[in-house]
Structures are given as structure tokens and as C-alpha cells.
Write a protein that binds this ligand. Structure first.
Ligand SMILES: Cc1ncc(COP(=O)(O)OP(=O)(O)O)c(N)n1
Ligand SMILES: Cc1nc(C(=O)O)sc1CCOP(=O)(O)O
Length: 311
């Protein structure tokens, strides 16, 4: 495989690196970060070979680093290097899983069809159509409008058995008594987790790779969302679509949490996503933009029921 990196590895190690790249090519995705050199924080050859291989496979640098460190822990000696031994156990990545003392209130491992909706009116239509899990993702700069929309969505949700998560506005979600909140990585710097937790709200966190999963694990949320699996034009994603092979790897690392797959999921790829052991699949366009959203929901629900694997 032709190298895009200007490699710093000694020549004998390049063969091992290329063997790794060939073995794990299903994990390869188009790189968004462009590297010329790889920075090494350790002189261990296993770490260095794996980090370069991961950069070539298109992992962002912070994830390449995390995978290289896990590999080094599992397989530290270069003369016993086994290129088939990709690390998948959570403890090699310092992922502990839900912590019963510090974690958030639990939610079902199988949240089922999870529709992310732009307005409270949609929340009502989705609950009436039998969607078990919904999220209000209302994007506005108008504080009054946001407050009204969250209040309305929570009031509607109280009439139905399903779960409502509020995206971003965790203080309003607490004030009006939502089932839970969903936060992205940027929101994690400012949200007050203790307040969310002590008010009994569930917390879902977005992740897009290994390092973000490690960060989410330290917070021990109610669920972890893994995205974007496939391309989506709903918003500009900072990282490239991760694909099914990586989804399968990620669910091995954080499978002790309820997991939600998101990003470009539709009827055609739903089976493949469920086979990667997520308990829930979140969608926007496949439902909200469908010519007949009720029919779309019925088809998606039926497929989830027949395809979902034991987790
Ligand atoms: C279930 C689920 N997963 C991921 C997201 C994305 O949330 P976030 O990273 O906060 O980005 P925005 O939705 O605010 O654009 C989500 N909303 N739901
Ligand atoms: C809102 C959102 N967050 C994502 C993430 O990966 O964090 S992907 C996404 C959009 C999902 O929309 P659709 O189902 O139409 O592709």
C-alpha cells in the first residue's frame, strides 16, 4: 500500500506497518486530518508502528494514539508482534463501563427506534405514531422560543409512554422535567453533570471515535451515541463517517453502555447497523423527510424487531 505519510519508522518496521494496514483495511476511511509526519510520544516500536498504521487507516491523531497505546499495553514486544491482535478489550483503553456509584440514571439497553426531531409538534406526531424514543433538537438563538419549545415538548411527552431527550438545553430539560438530555462533546465543557444527575435526568453523549468514547466513559452517561456511521448532510460533521467496521470495533469498547448508532441510517442499511450490536438507531431524515412518515416508522420498527441481535 502506498504511504501518504513521510514515515519516520526504520525500514524493517515498515513491512509490519504495511501488514497491519492491509489486515485492517476495512477500518480505513478517508482522512480529514492530513499528516505529513507522525509525532511519537514514546519510543516503543510497537506503539510507533501501530500509530503510523492507524494514521494511514484514516484515524484522527488522538484516536491513533489511543489505539497505539492499547496495542502497546497488550503486545509490548516487537519480536513477538502479532498483527492479528487488534486490541478490543475496554480495559486496554481504560474504559471502565457504567459506574454504579457515579453513573446517571439508567435507560433501557434497547431504546429502539430513536427519532431526532426539529420541533415539539414533531415530537407529538412521532409519539402518536408509536416511536419509543425521541429527541427535541431545536436549533434557535431565540431564548424565548427555545424555552417555549422545550416546555411544549416535555408536556407532550408526559402524555405518552416513550422517552424524550432534550438536545443541548439541559437546564430547561431539568426545569420542565424531561426524561433525559443529549449533549455533544463541546457541551461537556460547560454542563453541570451533578445537577443533571441529582435531578434524575438521563444523559446521552455523542461520540465520534475512541478518544471521545474514553471521555464519555469518565462521565458514565446513561447511553453513548456513536456517529456518524454514514455520510449525512444534516449538519457539517467535524469527523469523517466512521463506517460499519469501526462501529463494530467501537461497540466492543463501550458495549457495557446502552448504545445508539446515528448518521445516515435508513431502511437499506439498518440491518447492518443493528448487527454491530447497538441497542438503538437514531435517525432524522429517514423519518422527518419521508414522503409518509407513518409508513416509514412502521417499516423501520418492523425491521428493528426482526433484525435486532441479542445484546
Ligand atoms: C442520538 C444523538 N446522537 C448524536 C447527536 C449529535 O449531538 P451533538 O453532538 O450535540 O450535535 P447537535 O445535535 O447539537 O448538532 C444527537 N443530537 N443525538
Ligand atoms: C444530528 C446528528 N449528529 C450526528 C453525530 O454523528 O453526532 S449525525 C447527525 C445527523 C443524523 O441525521 P440523519 O439521520 O438524517 O443522517
Amino acid at each position: 500500500m502506498a504511504s501518504k505519510l513521510n514515515s519516520q519508522l526504520p525500514k524493517p518496521y515498515l513491512t509490519i506497518r504495511d501488514q497491519l494496514i492491509a489486515q485492517y483495511h476495512p477500518l480505513q476511511i478517508e482522512q480529514r486530518e492530513h499528516h505529513t509526519f507522525c509525532n511519537f510520544s514514546d519510543t516503543n516500536p510497537v506503539y510507533q508502528i501501530v500509530k503510523e498504521a492507524c494514521i494511514e487507516l484514516g484515524f484522527i491523531e488522538i484516536d491513533a494514539e489511543a489505539i497505539a497505546q492499547a496495542w502497546q499495553k497488550n503486545n509490548p514486544l516487537i519480536d513477538q508482534f502479532n498483527h492479528l491482535d487488534w486490541p478490543v478489550t475496554p480495559d486496554l483503553f481504560q474504559i471502565k463501563g457504567p459506574n454504579s456509584e457515579t453513573s446517571f440514571p439508567t435507560c433501557p439497553k434497547k431504546l429502539g427506534l430513536y427519532v431526532v426531531a426539529p420541533t415539539a409538534d414533531w415530537i407529538e406526531k412521532l409519539f402518536i405514531a408509536g416511536v419509543p424514543t425521541v429527541q427535541l433538537r431545536f436549533k434557535s438563538d431565540n431564548h424565548h422560543a427555545i424555552r417555549q419549545e422545550v416546555k411544549k415538548a416535555v408536556e407532550i411527552a408526559k402524555e405518552f409512554p416513550g422517552q424524550l431527550f432534550i438536545n443541548d438545553f439541559w437546564e430547561l430539560a431539568i426545569e420542565f422535567g424531561a426524561y433525559g438530555v443529549h449533549l455533544g462533546q463541546e457541551d461537556l465543557d460547560t454542563a453541570d453533570f451533578n445537577v443533571i444527575k441529582t435531578n434524575g435526568l438521563r444523559l446521552g453523549i455523542s461520540t465520534h471515535g475512541v478518544a471521545e468514547m474514553q471521555r464519555a466513559d469518565q462521565i458514565s452517561p446513561s447511553y453513548i451515541a456513536l456517529g456518524a456511521i454514514f455520510p449525512t448532510n444534516l449538519k457539517i460533521m467535524p469527523t469523517a463517517p466512521q463506517g460499519l467496521a469501526r462501529l463494530d470495533f467501537y461497540t466492543k469498547l463501550v458495549g457495557s453502555y446502552p448504545l445508539v448508532g446515528i448518521g445516515g441510517v435508513d431502511e437499506t442499511n439498518l440491518d447492518a447497523v443493528l448487527k454491530c450490536r447497538v441497542g438503538s438507531v437514531a435517525m432524522v431524515r429517514s423519518v422527518i423527510n419521508a414522503p409518509d412518515y407513518r409508513a416509514a416508522i412502521s417499516q423501520l420498527q418492523a425491521k428493528i424487531q426482526t433484525t435486532q441481535v441479542d445484546i
